[in-house]
Every structure is written in structure tokens, then in C-alpha cells.
Design a protein around this ligand. Sequence first.
Ligand code: NAD
Ligand code: GLY
Length: 376
Amino acid sequence: MSEYSATVTVALNSDSQPNRSYDIAIAAHSLKNLGDKLLEIGLGKKSKKVLIVSNPVIYKHYGETVQASLSKAGFDIAQLILPAGERFKTANSLQRIYDAALAHRLERSSVIIALGGGVIGDMSGYAAATWLRGIDLVQVPTTLLAMVDSAIGGKTGINHPQGKNLIGAFYQPRLVWVDPEVLKTLPAREFRSAMAEVIKYAVIWDRELFDLLTQCDRLDRLRDVSSKLLQTILYRCAKAKAEVVSKDEKEGNLRAILNYGHTVGHAIESVTNYRLYNHGEAVGLGMLIAGAIAVDLGIWTADDQAKQVTLIVKTRLPQTLPKDIDLDAIVDALSTDKKVEAGKVRFILPTAIGSVTLSDRVTSDIVKQNLRQILA
Ligand code: NAD
Ligand code: GLY
């Protein structure tokens, strides 16, 4: 990945709000240049204080490089290392970020840097959105999922004990700084799981990406994905998300398509107590079901569904559910989805490769029937 660099802009201009556009800058070995980049985009002009939020695993690998880079650029750094994992995406961790912000005397013009995956990114984002009613946020994603999805687009938040991501805000970062080299230390399961989101973008938005993925023999390990394909994945997914977010920042309508596979996926995650599948694995299953439902409704061909299944197989994502899983519980869980409107679950269904539609025509029976088809 030595020479590669690319930039995608999330364009956020409207008459009512000043320009809040920002770049997703993708460049190999760029972690060491973060400090200079912050100065270049005007951060650190008034306050030089930054708070890096990370977790022990990520900080051990990359903390020193980031700190050295910021130090060289003259920033006054504090860091907060939170425990790793979704179960720490809590009000308690958020409180610890506020405590660190207070201890380091962050000001309105100071910066919070999220160095990590989606968990660190979402929590730090929400802290930045709310501390002093909003301070600058920079996302430095270290998982493939965060690079292609969670660090982009301004959804921030924490979990409530009763449900995922129930507390949050839309708050855009000033910069998303992607160094793909950090993926070399990412655990294989995290890579596979994020590939489900990559397949999602290909199905909902980007036929060319779909074709490129189709040409690949294996998609389950970083070492089997060429540098060129990885670059293409990072660029095209960032571009897809940027385009969708630019058109519909606060999920009035279009942005909902980014939840393709997530409706059933979330229900499966919840019914299996977040233990059996991680997020991407559940999304993979959700896409299988959404595709099968679309075939039943006659809006997507069996041939395209087979192509989608092939990508999921090549990524070694799960394709079956345990035979004793409670299908009624999955269907019940659908009705608590955040995307329910006027009591109706809105499904995102594929219509062609690169294109989806929103539908409230999906009955519990169709869902259950298709879930039954993938019981082990
Ligand atoms: P994560 O943040 O939990 O990271 C996964 C694991 O990988 C962690 O154990 C972490 O320590 C480790 N890790 C991270 N980077 C590493 C690296 N470079 N080398 C070695 N280990 C590394 O998981 P995730 O998949 O990045 O994010 C999931 C979260 O993102 C969920 O909370 C989900 O709700 C959220 N999310 C948010 C959005 C959004 O738009 N804001 C979108 C999708 C998902
Ligand atoms: N991950 C869904 C979204 O950002 O809207």
C-alpha cells in the first residue's frame, strides 16, 4: 500500500447551515502525519489541547505514533484509554471521557481524537458533540468497519442497558484520517465481519464494486485481498457513504438504505444476546434474508440473490441459524427496531445489484418463512 492515497469529501452545504464538509483522507502510513494535517485544516489555532480516546489494544499498537505526530505539531496531549468492547459503550465510559476532558481543561476549540473502531468512535463522537455543547472531533478509524462505515457520517452515541445506540446525536467530525496499514493487526473475525458492510455497499449502491468483489476468490482474510482491491474497497465504500450522507444527513429517507441487512441482523443479534454472532455476521444473515424476501416478492431475481450469496460464502460469513433458535422472538424483536415507523417495520430490499427500495409490505409470515429456510 506504499504509494496509495485518496480523498473523499463528505459535502455538507446548505443554506441554513455553514459549510460543514470534511474529508475522508485515505493514505498508507499516514498515522505519523496526523498532527500536520490537523494544523492544515485549522485545528489547534486557538487551543492546542487534544484528548485522544482509545483502548489498550489499539493504543499499544498505534498510540506512540499518533502521540509523536501530535507532539511534533505542537499539540498539548492527554489520552484516555477505555476498556475494549461493545459492553463498555456505556454512560459510564462517556462519563470517563467527560472527566478526562475536564481534567485536561478542553476548551471549545480543543479537539477529541477517536483512535479506534466503531465503539471508540461512537462514544468519543458523542462526547465531542456534547462537551461544552460541541467541540471538534477527528476520527482515526482502526477497524475496517470504522473505515468504511462508522467513522463517516456523524452518527455518534452510546448504548442504553435496554438497547444498542439508543442515546446519541448526529455530529460530524472535522476529518476522517484513514491509514490502511493499521488493518494488519486487526483480528481476522473483525475483518470478515466488516466485509459484510462492504458487500452491503456493493448491493445497495455500487455495482462496479460488486463485480470487483465477485472476481476475487477469497474475501475472508486481509492477506488474500490485494492492496489494489483493498484501496478500491476503502475508496468506493467511503464514496458511497459520503454520497448518501450528503444527500440525507439525518436519515429523513435515503440514508435508511445503509441499514440494508440490519433490520433482521439486529433482531438476530438481540435474540442471541449479542454472543453468537458479531454485528457483521448478523448483517450478513440479514442480507441473505432480505434478498430471499425480495425474491419472494418478485422484485429481485434468484440469479442476483445467488450472486449475493456467493459473496457471503467467499467471506466465510455464517449462512445458517441454529436449528433451535426462537423464530418468533426474532420476528418480535423486529418491532423494536429503531427504524419502525407508525408501527410498521421498513425493510430495505434489493431490486438490482447496486439498487434497493424501502418496503413496508413485508409480513411477519414472509420473514419467518425465510428464516426457516436457513435453519441449520
Ligand atoms: P470495535 O470498535 O469493538 O473494534 C473491534 C475490536 O477490534 C476491538 O476489540 C478492538 O480493540 C480491536 N481493534 C480495533 N482496531 C484494531 C487494530 N487496528 N488492530 C488490532 N485490534 C484492533 O468494533 P467495530 O466493528 O469497529 O465497531 C462496532 C461498533 O460500531 C458498534 O458499537 C456499532 O454500533 C458501531 N457502528 C456505528 C456506526 C455509525 O454510523 N456510527 C455504523 C456501524 C457500526
Ligand atoms: N451505519 C448506518 C448509517 O450510518 O446511517
